[in-house]
Design a protein around this ligand. Structure first.
Ligand code: ADP
Length: 420
């Protein structure tokens, strides 16, 4: 069976967020890390290609997104989704507008929507203005973002400045009238020469209405929220099997938790796990002087693997991180720890580990690269936003990749308990 929904995400944690949303709505979903070399699509209802195109040049973002689109077209996708952040993270030049326009041109024109709303997380759009909680985007901390400072909350204006074609608006009163009213409004936008309309949404009901109204659009653009309503369109057309239970990863073998995240939630999770399981701490200052600490970690882990899950971590509270960074520099410290944890992950898999929980977004990226993982089958959710996944390829690995502040205090034990 071919892919129903082909998605392109402008960063990897955003890709996982979208994949997790689609799985919760009953679509079997695979996340691919970059555009695959292989022509064979995975057996899946939805595919999310994770790119890293949020802050590169528009030309580069367009080229990579078009390559992803053409792969997803070959995979037979019936509809396409371009995923970006719910705070519309973009530079002055793009890349949301340039990518959306290029994808629309490749798909033969027409109209698309832009809807980053994610009411559960406080992102709502009203009269085209994006709110973060109670304040406008331009008054939120996003105005100080180091790479994508957002200083204008009017998305029609922001997107228009990044686009050659015209951008319109479908306001909330239309959305409140239901899906057919939105379909009509989008047709009017198309007749008026708009290539894209920002669509207001202030609650989850609006997202479902918009999702239904997008049933015949070739391309939908937005945050993961607006994707909530898309699977139902396929189900109504009997293209999607009845919501099957999302299977857990089947990989069997020893288990380990690797943590390179120093976020508050992770620190507590590491503390709790350390009370229950053998733990090995990596001190970046020792690592800088003696890289053989990686061998020491493996030598420590090997004889213990049969006895239950192990914890290996570099996570440290802010004052300790500050001391390390003062001595080694922020980037060098980060890179040293990431490389060490990635090398440890590779050795552990060599020693028979098949279940890995990794804490830290950058850390998880380094681990995936070291393990050569190019694709993930998305499984059931452990805690909001963090699903179990299974790597595609040999050997299959059960992977839970947790970004810093996600997960409850007993996340690690909870994740491992879920596996049979
Ligand atoms: P998060 O998702 O919590 O932001 P990341 O893995 O993305 O976690 O980022 C954490 C960064 O901190 C990584 O680059 C990691 O290598 C680095 N790091 C981890 N432990 C330490 C430490 N003890 N001192 C300094 N840097 C550290």
């Amino acid at each position: 069976m071919s892919v129903l929904l082909g998605c392109i995400a402008d960063d990897s944690t955003g890709a996982t967020d979208l994949a997790n949303t689609l799985v919760k709505q009953g679509m079997r979903t695979v996340q691919l890390i970059g555009v695959p070399d292989s022509a064979r699509p995975p057996d899946s209802d939805a595919v999310v290609v994770a790119l890293k195109t949020r802050t590169c040049s528009p030309a580069e973002a367009v080229a990579r997104s078009r390559a992803a689109l053409s792969w997803l077209k070959r995979a037979g996708s019936r509809q396409f989704f371009f995923k970006y952040c719910s705070t519309f993270d973009s530079t002055a030049q793009g890349n949301i507008g340039p990518v959306a326009e290029a994808l629309m041109a490749d798909l033969g024109g027409g109209v698309t929507i832009a809807c980053p709303a994610f009411p559960t997380n406080g992102r709502t759009v009203y009269n085209g203005y994006l709110f973060v909680g109670e304040v406008l985007l331009s008054e939120s901390p996003m105005r100080h973002h180091p790479l994508t400072p957002m200083t204008d909350a009017n998305l029609v204006r922001v997107l228009q400045a990044q686009s050659a074609g015209a951008v319109g608006l479908v306001p909330r009163p239309v959305v409140a009238r239901g899906a057919e009213a939105v379909v009509t409004a989008l047709a009017v936008q198309a007749d008026g020469g708009h290539y894209c309309a920002v669509v207001d949404a202030i609650d989850d009901g609006d997202l479902l209405t918009i999702g239904e109204a997008c049933r015949d659009l070739t391309l939908v653009t937005g945050g993961s929220g607006v994707a909530t309503g898309l699977p139902e369109n396929f189900r109504r057309r009997r293209l999607l099997r009845e919501q099957a239970a999302t299977p857990l990863p089947t990989a069997r073998g020893a288990a380990a938790v690797l943590s390179g995240s120093c976020s508050a939630a992770t620190l507590e999770q590491v503390r709790r796990m350390g009370e229950q399981t053998p733990a090995f701490m990596i001190d970046p200052l020792v690592l800088a002087a003696r890289p053989d600490i990686v061998d020491a970690a493996i030598a420590w882990a090997r004889p213990r693997l049969a006895g239950g899950p192990l914890l290996i971590y570099a996570s440290a509270p802010p004052e300790q991180v500050a001391r390390v960074q003062a001595e080694l520099g922020r980037e060098r410290a980060g890179a040293l720890v990431e490389r060490a944890i990635a090398a440890i992950a590779r050795e552990l898999v060599g020693a028979g580990v098949r279940r890995l929980v990794v804490a830290g977004g950058e850390t998880a990226g380094a681990v995936l690269a070291a393990l050569g993982v190019r694709g993930l089958r998305i499984g059931p959710e452990i805690d909001p936003g963090v699903p179990w996944t299974e790597s595609i390829g040999e050997p299959p690995l059960a992977l839970a990749l947790k970004s810093g502040n996600f997960g409850g205090p007993d996340f690690f034990a909870k994740a491992l308990r879920m596996l049979p």
